[in-house]
Design a protein around this ligand. Sequence first.
Ligand code: HAM
Length: 426
Amino acid sequence: MKNLRGTFDLLPNQLIKWQNIENIIKDQLYRSSVKEIRTPILEMTDLFTRGIGENTDVVSKEMYTFKDRGDRSCTLRPEGTASVARALINSGLSIKPQQKLWYMGPMFRYERPQAGRQRQFHQFGVEFIGYESYRSDVEIIALAWDILQKLGINDLNLELNSLGDNNDRKNYQKSFLNWLEKKYSYLDLDSQKRVNKNPMRILDTKNKDTIRILKEAPRLIDFLSDNSFERYSQIKDQLRFLRIPFEENFNLVRGLDYYTHTAFEITSGLLGSQATVCGGGRYDDLIKLMGGNKTPAIGFAIGLERLMLLADKEYERDRLVDTYIINKGLIAEKFAIDLSRRLRDLDFITELDISSASFSKQFKKANRLKAKSVIIIGDEEATKKEFLIRLFHENDYDNKEQKISFEDYLGLEKWLKTNLKNDPQG
Ligand code: HAM
């Protein structure tokens, strides 16, 4: 049996890096007072059609949509923002109090798989709901930037644009459509198809000839109202004050229809053609569009697979086992299980050998894991209610061993704490 194209298993050795990175992200979110929200992976199709926009690539070409047994059209979520908005409307929380939320989990898009692009991928996202001030835009961008820095990812470019409000965009579209009509025959086929459906997306084309022609197109930034322009300028000023480097990209429109004002992406030159690790922006009209009260909001999402490609090898290192319990014999094995539970209770990372293999084989296994210490229990020791403990040193276990009584848990805890602390492996 094969897995579906574009989906992947995450095996234990890959998950070490994954979890180390997740922990850093979660710690930073905790320190930033952002709270977790979890929404269903499966939603009504209408949520995304309305929320993301019918003419976007995501909705028109990439959704995993099917009928359930009750004949309802369901979709595996292609992103998290629309679901968070729905959850807040349903629970009556969309206006007050203001909310800073995060989520992490699988998303699904039927795209052509390649490095950094999958059909089931994972996002970690943050949404600030109910925040209007330009300062929330700055905090969101800084949060994304700082998490990537904390993970030691350099070589990043932050691209920034403002899409203005509805009115600004209406004015712009009129002028842009006028221009497009004149240039229609020079556009690539894909862009021609977009003229009537979703003209702004043409700005995001990858076609080199169209990109060249677009250099002369009217720019959305020139159609911003005074208020929109002022807002955009404040964000740029504050980012400069924080020394977060950015570049303006007036063609940055993002692939989802809900954006207003700020749009941003963080890309890395190390990712090849799928260079965007983080995408986000403001979506002041989405919650109202979905039946809630008018609620300003802004957020971003980071693709975890792309983050894995960028993060250092250092995160692949697992924590070492504090003590590996070697045991053999009917009486010894009983005591060994008991001891392993008590050690975990004392917060030591413990591995209990349940192979009943020879002592030397169990020693080899402990050595392969570089367990910081081994506890050895044979029937002889167990009958005397004792066990032996040895420390790992350089590349083997010391011959010097400590005898400890099964009843003396305090003594064991003290011994491990002192000796493991002194251990150069840390
Ligand atoms: P997005 O730009 O569609 O935005 O996706 C965000 C990130 O998810 C991308 O930058 C990329 O790292 C990752 N990603 C997207 N598609 C794939 C794929 N097929 N394979 C691997 N990674 C992928 C959103 O989804 C918005 N909901 C972000 C947002 C939150 N805006 C406001 N709040």
